[in-house]
Write a protein that binds this ligand. Sequence first.
Ligand code: F6R
Length: 620
Amino acid sequence: MCGIVGYIGEQQAYPVLIKGLHRLEYRGYDSAGVSMITPQGDLHVYKATGKVSALEEKCAPEDTTGTIGIAHTRWATHGEPNTVNAHPHRSESGNLSLVHNGIIENYKTLRAMLEKKGYSFSSETDTEVLVQLIEFTQKNEKCDLFTAVQRALKNVVGAYAIAILEKEHPDRIVCARKGSPLVIGVGTDARGHREFYIGSDATPIIEYTNQVIYLKDEEIALMTRNSDLPEIINLANVHQTPEMHTLQLSLDELEKGGYPHFMLKEIWEQPNALRTCIQGRVHVQAKDVRLSGIVEHREKFLNARRIIICACGTSWHSALIGKYFIEEAAQIPVEVEYASEFRYRNPVIYPDDIVIAVSQSGETADTLAAIQLAEQKGAFLYGICNVIGSSIARATHSGTYIHVGPEIGVASTKAFTGQVVTLCLLGLAIAKEKHTLSDEMFHLLVDELQSIPDKIQWTLEHNQNIDQFAQMFTYCRNFLFLGRGYNYPVALEGALKLKEISYIHAEGYPAAEMKHGPIALVDGEMPCVFIAPKRGMYDKVVSNIQEIKSRKGKIISVVTEGDKTVSDMSDYTFVIPDTRDCFVPLLAVVPLQLLSYYVATAKGRNVDQPRNLAKSVTVE
Ligand code: F6R
């Protein structure tokens, strides 16, 4: 999730751009950059890794004067987060500078074509390919920038929101979008001059104007100084009339996309986040799953005697689901370790072991130390992280990013489902190489996995009354979460979510273990949440529910749509669509995330920043 800002008007652009970048920092950042055309006609580009403040320290005041500019905060997708890969990128001649949000899927093909034409590249990014392609088109077809952008984009496969400056024409900015959002703010300065703002969302714009145009997919816009409105054309060459909208939201609401908290936003982002996670890894036509890490280290995975997964907290729960799946699909024994325990034991590690670190932040001190220990003992290290270029991502020999975008809320939600999906993709990719699944089963699982984002959307839409229901449970001092098989880790995760943000004590247990102790806690005051899909051990879970019911415990259950038996036994049910056993956690966890969220907000808790917790635990 990168952030774009742009300005053309009569004010000094630099302060607008920097303020806009600060406003967009909530989207995550690993580097930032700015490009301006000065009154002398020079086009300057400044970039820095880290926060926007690092960029400010670098920019020379004389190069940041002028009334036109673009800027960017980057959340790396291609290439490490360093200054070379940061945006804006310049074209070969230096005439163009461009910022980009999105992923160009065919950038390798385009790059090879441009290299044959004599273009060279200094970064690993798909964005540099885009700016060179536009310059190439402009020169080759002898056209203006607006036309060149439109023609070049016809050859591009992927998602983009872009904004471009042209040194030779310091009176215009061109921008375009497909797949990634882009908003144009239309304002008037104190002296009555027209000015245009560009933002990847309205947060950098709202304080200047509430009049905006949401660029539509495949539209290209030209903003010329002193023109009244942008000129818009689409990829099919049809001129479009700009549609003006009035923003109704406050700045705070905008950063959270209209949601009251990041956590709720991130829960609702899951369908799209998982689509991004799956995209490019599942090849629909060939019904194949390809992870570059597995392709590059095929022999390691084929010959692995054992996989050890090290993680903490929520990531440990996703690892447990990963264990069940990888053992089932790829027939490799998997051990899941608390990184904090593993690092201080003297674990037996064989050279043909693979040690996988699962970590959203990629910075968790215990997980990092666990893999460092494993490396000393000769293991091959694989990372499953969200934050690109994080310490764990760098410390491992190979890995897969979950690509769910920045997670700001301290309670992990979309990273959990992203990790589970990635571990399932890993299991499928290994199974494919090892032929441990029949073709038919492999295809069934691949198809089903692809339907999960839609099924999560369904789950979100069909459980909207959890907020009212949650009010009834704010008085509770304890909760039990129970599940079997793949749903035991979901019970653990449900309990963790509730306790960390509502401060209600909660425990997750394998449902059958309950009668070995925890059942003593059950009385009419104790809500017991059962994950009871109509799959796998359904009948056994029904018996476990009976046992609680006969002790007057309150039953809340997660059931498959259309279920009657468990629903009739429950005081309250959350519905999920049917799916294969192994993917139930991806759906069942969603109502539990919402339950925790609404119980916590009803109790007035700070859900995004619960007490005593930090998003990235860099100390042990
Ligand atoms: C719970 C939560 C934590 C993290 C844990 C590991 O909602 O977020 O339990 O899962 O601190 O963090 P990462 O995944 O960054 O290693």
